[in-house]
Design a protein around this ligand. Sequence first.
Ligand code: DX5
Ligand code: ZN
Length: 219
Amino acid sequence: MSTIISASLLACDFSEMGRDISRAEQAGCDWIHFDVMDGIFVANISFGEPILEYARKCTKGFVDTHLMITRPERYVEHYAKLGSDMITFHVESTDNPRAVIDKIHALGKKAGIAVKPDTPVDDIESLIPAVENVLIMTVYPGFGGQSFIPATLKKVTEARAFIEEIGLDTHVQVDGGINEQTAALARAAGADVLVSGSYLFKAQNMSQAVFSLRGNADE
Ligand code: DX5
Ligand code: ZN
């Protein structure tokens, strides 16, 4: 299983977003991660549609949108049409996650389901067969630059075991506090998509940082 690295734009220099997207791609990042926060589902507001439209113009690569907004059913169409390749939303944010997944698929995009650190994998088991991506948050969503929560690793293991048991090739993504050390733990637990913001964008040498996140398995 090769590891996918998704660079979180939340940590880029917004005055140089186009340059930073190119920098991430040249350093070997596979996906660009776009964090949408509404100040209600999480205690922070990040960026939204016009910025996604701009980011989309800066890359032909895979745009991995993470919606941290209440009732995502209101916005998935906008974020799909503006060029997300995959839309991941939180199970805690809607009354009908299955309908949101179906809507994303009907728009021709990949769908992901996310859980906050205190939400058990049990709460999404019935949805896992319907999605392409399971996002296990490794920090409380809302802010970049937080410390990885080790207790979330057992959920990564559980999600991966469930996916293997039913023979699917669903991604298991981790997001929050990912650096060289925590990436190794997450990969060992079964994560194949690592989102990283601060660690990558603050690195002196981003290519080396990307390499370190992949670990030995991909050398
Ligand atoms: C947090 C966001 C993350 C964040 C990760 O709520 O979903 O994608 O940007 O940033 P780092 O890697 O700095 O923890
Ligand atoms: Zn995110």
